[in-house]
Design a protein around this ligand. Structure first.
Ligand code: ARG
Length: 475
């Protein structure tokens, strides 16, 4: 197959180089964006009198038929046939409509074309990822709502520390994910400028209208510098960075679920549909989904490092190295989406075991701080109260009991200030209920937190869906 750029060359490309150079097998997923960009370009060219209205009509009709054929899987792709998606669309167009197809590339280069395609693609994927994240946040919030009174130990150093509720624990993740949404929205805002019209690197002598194409494609403005236009991949790096942080959050929660499923904790039980067995050990029910999410997080970090490394030594403007950006970006997007898609129903169908959480809460002296606070409220300086409580804990360990079951006489040995009401003060549910400080685990505080989160989820989802309908994909 003769190359589109064959004019200057006397020999055919080496077959190996041809395969090496071709990106069609992975950038074919940009066909829709490529056609969308070409349509906006053709309409602008005709408006500016650079091509005729007749050519424009033929081009648009031709592109529509190519889009349909791509959608219906009728286009066969191979590196022998096509170098990349941009060449493929142009070649197909020219086969279908003749000379008008050859005019489409006037005042344009593949360098600004690929830049615009990627921005359109990333922009709509950001919206999808935000919607999937919201879906997961909704599930977390719902589970939290069911567990406002489910007492569990809160941990530091994976040692039982202070009493919280399962709702409080889950809500922490919703706030982490909320920040992920903000980061993605900010990435989208920053990248929403149009590189089309940057040409190969130095703009063009044709009287193009960049405002017009930027507007038609839903961008805020044309990019201000043509060199930057064709060589900027900041938004790809930023997206992978945002996705890395999002995955890190999913991975931390996955790690917790893995622990919670173990016999050592048994705080939750995964639904059969979301766990797997062992080929040799009949008793096993493994949290493979969580482990895979934890593992795939590394893969998304890999994409981020790929892109940072790819870009760090590149002089302005376009360099072929940049063709590799797609593999990293596509993989990060696919991975994050898949993880969100599978984590949500897994979490939704998970059974919470409140009795086990409570049992663990009773065995860990997690009301020791509350015991010290009891003395402090009776005028004992906190340090002395801390020491007295430490002595009580040591005594409990000696007697193999808990603070709740330790007789009042034992308390009195340590401090005369202890009265019968100590047992109410260190009652686990009371300890949680008393933690009413802003952001604390008390049921009334967490209920309010949940209400606010529910409102936010509804508002953001409605905004995303409306903008998707309007086709502006605004996040
Ligand atoms: N397939 C190329 C890429 O993805 C398109 C741009 C090619 N430009 C060039 N000057 N060879 O980067």
């Amino acid at each position: 197959m003769a190359k589109m750029w064959a004019g200057r060359f006397q020999k055919e490309t080496d077959t190996l180089v041809n395969d090496f150079n071709s990106s069609i097998m992975f950038d074919c997923r940009l066909y829709r964006e490529d056609i969308q960009g070409s349509m906006a370009h053709a309409i602008m060219l005709a408006k500016q009198g650079i091509i005729s209205d007749e050519d424009r009509e033929n081009i648009i009709r031709g592109l529509q038929s190519i889009l349909r054929d791509f959608d219906e899987g009728r286009i066969e792709l191979s590196p022998e046939k096509y170098e990349d998606i941009h060449m493929a669309v142009e070649q197909l167009l020219t086969e279908r409509i003749g000379d008008a197809g050859k005019r489409l590339h006037t005042a344009r280069s593949r360098n600004d074309q690929v830049a615009v395609d990627m921005r359109l693609y990333v922009r709509s994927e950001i919206t999808e990822i935000c919607l999937l994240t919201l879906q997961f946040m909704h599930t977390l919030t719902r589970k939290a709502k069911e567990n406002i009174h489910t007492v569990m130990p809160g941990y530091t150093h994976l040692q039982r520390a202070q009493p919280i509720t399962f709702a409080h624990h889950l809500m922490a993740y919703t706030h982490m994910l909320e920040r992920d949404l903000h980061r993605l929205a900010s990435c989208r805002r920053l990248m929403n400028e149009c590189p089309l019209g940057s040409g190969a690197l130095a703009g063009t002598t044709y009287p193009i209208d960049r405002e017009e194409t930027a507007d038609a494609l839903g961008f805020d403005f044309p990019m201000a510098n043509s060199l930057d236009g064709v060589s900027d991949r900041d938004y790809c790096i930023e997206l992978c960075s945002d996705l890395s942080i999002l995955m890190m959050h999913l991975s931390r929660l996955s790690e917790e679920v893995v622990a919670w499923c173990s016999w050592e904790f048994k705080f939750v039980e995964l639904d059969d549909a979301y766990s797997t067995g062992s080929s040799i050990m009949p008793q096993k029910k493994n949290p493979d989904v969580c482990e895979l999410i934890r593992g795939k997080t590394g893969r998304v970090y890999g994409s981020l490092i790929t892109l940072l490394t790819l870009m760090k030594g590149l002089p302005l403007a376009y360099n072929k190295d940049m063709q590799e950006d797609k593999i990293a970006v596509f993989d990060a997007i696919d991975t994050a989406k898949m993880c969100l898609r599978v984590f949500t129903p897994m979490f939704d169908t998970m059974t919470v075991l409140p009795e086990n959480m409570k049992r663990a809460a009773y065995r860990g002296f997690i009301n020791a701080t509350d015991c010290a606070d009891y003395l402090t409220k009776k005028g004992v300086p906190f340090r002395d109260a801390y020491k007295a409580t430490g002595t009580l804990v040591a005594r409990c360990i000696e007697l193999d009991t808990t603070l709740d079951a330790l007789p009042i006489e034992e308390y009195k040995v340590v401090s005369e200030k202890f009265e019968e009401d100590i047992y109410q003060a260190i009652d686990l549910m009371a300890c949680v209920a008393e933690r009413r400080s802003h952001g604390g685990p008390a049921p009334e505080i967490v209920s309010h937190e949940i209400e606010e989160m529910e409102k936010m989820i509804i508002e953001v989802r409605a905004a995303l869906e409306q903008n998707m309908q309007e086709g502006t994909d605004e996040a």
